[in-house]
Design a protein around this ligand. Structure first.
Ligand code: FMN
Length: 478
């Protein structure tokens, strides 16, 4: 048996990582408390119960993987060591997970707790779950933020998991937004091009690993296997009766239905991960709900985006950075020592890379490749900064120091114009016919031609330091 959400909650509660709260309203109170909580680096996960207007037991969980420690506890990484230990352990695990995807194909079963309650027809009311209105200017209540959307490619049958926001339109209709080019969107667009309705399934409560897997831009078709690899055994799935899509058997809440071609409804605005309501209200596709499945006393996972950090932002920094590092190696960029996506550069906007320079143009090569890799999610690679290997890219102070002392804008800054972006990009004035943006590639490395004559960094004298540590180490906590 793999760990379901309830077992995960028990484990993190024992670790002192969970706070249970009662009487907090779905209308902005849960959202604002979640946002306040996110500002603190060691904040607990919040489990809301007795939500006004809802039966006790119908709960909402937020902040599940907000902090580095809970990311570590969830992914099975060392939770109490240094960040570097965590990155190194994650690199090993990620390599193993990606190398063994074929051994973790989902396993079809016929039973599971998610089948405890089934609603169809007139009994369907998605607002039986306390979907919060998260941010002041949101256009509605967003039931899908910490969820995954399961879709299928009608041509290849490949499955995709993606987290794409889902708003309640009415009791049996949901609205959603997926940026151009993302896998879930390619899927429903293919059905629509054939004049068919697209099957869609949402898992709305689950072990946070489901959310984590679903927020990564992994190659098409591998996320369910990746999730199994992370959990250490294939995911048990039940084939949903109407859509045939696989739902995790231990999910808390699953909603399934059809996305019809040619039907849209206004969706948004929504407080987005960039920290703005940038995409406003637009006509977006809908899901006509056919079935609702849930466990007794179901828990809805919430991960409302906000100005970073927010739930999911540290996980993306950790795993998103390692994915770029691994892909740069595959593309033949040698000696990439580290990659780090800073949480405050939301998602993939601010990519820092440390290399050991091997040839003229090496730094620019790393920057060029990384800018496209980090833009797979649609928005990203806006600033890519390449530094030398002596810089710790996870330390923003060191990155800024290298930027200011080793780059000369006239020769070290390149702008790539008219590249991919999304409606969520705050710098694009909407409406627009073309969602283009630009990227800045900055090589903040010692200039190749005279790198060996570059001014020496003021260092410490190792022998003197060793002596000082012996004498004052304890007193000064050196
Ligand atoms: C909380 C949260 C909300 C998100 N909402 C959206 C969204 O509304 N639309 C979207 O296109 N991407 C959204 N994303 C980003 C996608 O989940 C991410 O790009 C993922 O890689 C998409 O999967 P795909 O690569 O299989 O398309 C969100 C991410 C998070 C963490």
């Amino acid at each position: 048996m793999t760990e379901d959400l309830r077992a995960w909650l028990e484990r993190i509660e024992k670790e002192g990582e969970l706070k249970k709260l009662e009487g907090v309203h779905w209308d902005l109170e849960i959202g604002n408390l979640t946002a306040l909580n996110s500002q603190r680096r060691n904040a607990p996960a919040l489990l809301f119960d007795k939500i006004p207007g809802y039966p006790p037991g119908f709960r909402v969980l937020t902040g599940a993987i907000l902090t580095p420690r809970r990311v570590a506890l969830t992914l099975g990484l060392p939770a109490d060591g240094t960040q570097q230990e965590m990155i190194d352990a994650a690199r090993q695990k990620l390599k193993y997970w990606l190398a063994n995807l074929d051994s973790f194909k989902p396993r079809v079963v016929s039973e599971g707790p998610v089948l405890q309650n089934i609603k169809k027809g007139k009994d369907i009311n998605v607002l039986q779950f306390p979907a919060p209105k998260w941010h002041k200017k949101d256009g509605g209540r967003y039931i899908g933020t910490g969820h995954t959307m399961v879709t299928r490619d009608p041509e290849t049958n490949e499955l995709n998991l993606g987290t794409y926001r889902v708003m309640v339109q009415n009791e049996n209709t949901l609205g959603f937004h997926i940026s151009p080019g993302k896998h879930g969107r390619l899927h429903f667009e293919k059905y629509h091009a054939r004049g068919q309705k697209a099957p869609i399934l949402l898992s709305l409560g689950h072990n946070p690993l489901v959310f984590a897997a679903s927020t990564l831009s992994l190659p098409m078709g591998v996320e369910y296997n990746y999730l199994g690899a992370m959990r250490g055994q294939p995911v048990d799935v039940i084939e949903e009766e109407v859509t045939g899509l696989p739902m995790p058997a231990d999910s808390e809440i699953v909603i399934a239905g059809w996305c019809p071609p040619g039907k849209t409804m206004p969706e948004g605005p929504f407080g987005e991960y960039t920290g703005y309501y940038a995409s406003g209200e637009r006509q977006n596709p809908i899901i006509e709900v056919e079935r609702v499945y849930y466990r007794h006393d179901p828990i809805l996972n919430g991960a409302p985006p906000s100005r970073p950090p927010d739930d999911g932002s540290y996980h993306l920094s950790l795993i998103g950075s390692l994915l770029i590092e691994m892909e740069l190696a595959k593309l033949g960029v040698p000696d990439v020592k580290a990659v780090w996506l800073h949480e405050s550069g939301p998602g993939y906007f601010f990519v820092t890379i440390a290399i050991k320079q091997r040839f003229a143009g090496h730094a620019k090569q790393a920057a060029l490749y990384a800018s496209e890799l980090s833009a797979r999610a649609g928005l990203g690679g806006r600033y890519v900064i390449v530094v030398d290997e002596d810089i710790d890219v996870t330390d923003i102070n060191q990155v800024v120091w290298a930027l200011c002392t080793r780059s000369d804008p006239e020769k070290d800054l390149d702008i790539i114009r008219r590249v991919r972006s999304t409606p969520l990009d705050p710098v694009i004035k909407k409406p627009t016919a073309g969602l283009f943006a630009s990227r800045a590639l900055i090589t903040a490395v010692r200039p190749w031609e005279w790198k060996d004559q570059f001014p020496e960094v003021i260092g410490l004298d190792e022998d003197v330091v060793a002596g000082l540590k012996r004498r004052f180490g304890k007193e000064l906590n050196l």
